[in-house]
Design a protein around this ligand. Structure first.
Ligand code: ATP
Length: 318
């Protein structure tokens, strides 16, 4: 697949097994199960207190959603990736579908559904940090039946990447079908031990780690404590601090390149999409994480989520 400078070689339609089309194209190496949202973004000098109004920048609409973001991050790097999810029948749905197709993501299991698309209301502060409210729309209708209908697609992928902007029942069903699960526990929620035990790795940021562990601590000990909850491996992301990897054999720190952060929206999704792709390609977890921190760092240098995601040549300077 070539996705570069608008020169897009279309992904062939899937057959019943979720494989490539009649031309014998390779099967999808990774599948993302997750959300597709329109990101409605306003920059502000400061956020309003309750009851207060502040004036922000012009509204900008970007394609987003944790599932779509991960798929696009991987596709831009060269992955053959499919997305299983639901997309609304409104104008946002049309915009989002077009954006995903333009990035070469396999959309044979992206189900158009009557109703509003998912929307994320995002404010970006002067420091580049973001605050987000998600309205799930039809993402909330992703079902176990949708997962069953894509069983062949999921089973043929080397890695299935999951997050929690989709219903837990569908996420768990997908995890049970997958050869290898990369699970980003975001937004944080209580999940069954069965799901944690299938993660290889569980990917969390510092807030999500604190949610799971009931408090904060040094990253290395947090990562070890997360591993004790049952996943096969853990990646704890630390923003500008990079990431910590915990496996039964030990814990390692992976620093991030230093960059000027303009907008961190979607950095975690860029990181996780890149990580899942490299794991699908056979990298060990430390090597895949060392690659993923570069992709995460590259993504914070530009505004937006998908709009900031790098192509391979963007990583050279890092
Ligand atoms: P977000 O919610 O903003 O999408 P997140 O909180 O899930 O992100 P982070 O830990 O903030 O995840 O970032 C993920 C990865 O992105 C980090 O491990 C790092 O590689 C990269 N990254 C994020 N912020 C920065 C930064 N300011 N400088 C360099 N790299 C960064």
């Amino acid at each position: 697949m070539t996705v570069h400078g608008g020169d897009v070689e279309p992904v062939p339609p899937e057959d019943a097994h979720g494989r490539g089309g009649e031309d014998g194209a390779r099967p999808y190496e990774m599948v993302v199960v997750g959300s597709v949202n329109a990101d409605l973004v306003v920059r502000v000098d400061r956020r309003p207190a309750p009851g207060e109004t502040v004036i922000g920048s012009d509204l900008v609409t970007h394609p987003g959603g944790k599932g779509a973001n991960q798929a696009v991050a991987a596709a831009r790097l060269g992955a053959r990736v499919a997305l299983l999810g639901r997309i609304g029948s409104d104008g946002h749905g049309e915009f989002l579908h077009k954006a995903l197709a333009g990035d070469g993501v396999g959309l044979g299991h992206l189900v158009e559904t009557p109703g509003p698309s998912g929307v994320a209301l995002i404010t970006v502060g002067a420091d580049g940090d973001n605050s987000i409210i998600v309205s799930p729309g039809v993402n909330a209708r992703l079902s176990e039946d949708d997962v069953a209908a894509a069983a062949g697609l999921l089973a043929s992928a080397r890695v299935v990447s999951l997050q929690l902007e989709s219903p837990l029942a569908a996420v768990l069903a997908a995890a049970r079908t997958a050869a290898r699960v990369v699970f980003n526990l975001s937004p944080p929620a209580v999940v069954p031990d069965e799901l944690l035990a299938l993660c290889d790795p569980l990917v969390v940021n510092e807030h999500e780690a604190a949610f799971l562990l009931g408090g904060r601590g040094a990253p290395g000990s947090q990562a070890r404590a997360l591993l004790a909850l049952g996943p096969r491996s853990v990646v704890l992301t630390l923003g500008a601090g990079g990431a910590v990897v915990a496996e039964p054999g030990g814990v390692i720190e992976v620093p991030s390149p230093r960059v000027e952060a303009v907008d961190t929206t979607g950095a975690g999704d860029a990181f996780t999409g890149a990580l899942a792709w490299r794991l699908a390609g056979g990298d060990d977890l430390a090597t895949a994480t060392a690659f993923a921190v570069r992709v995460g760092a590259a993504s914070v240098r530009r505004p937006g989520a998908q709009s900031s995601y790098p192509y391979p040549e963007d990583l050279e300077a890092l």
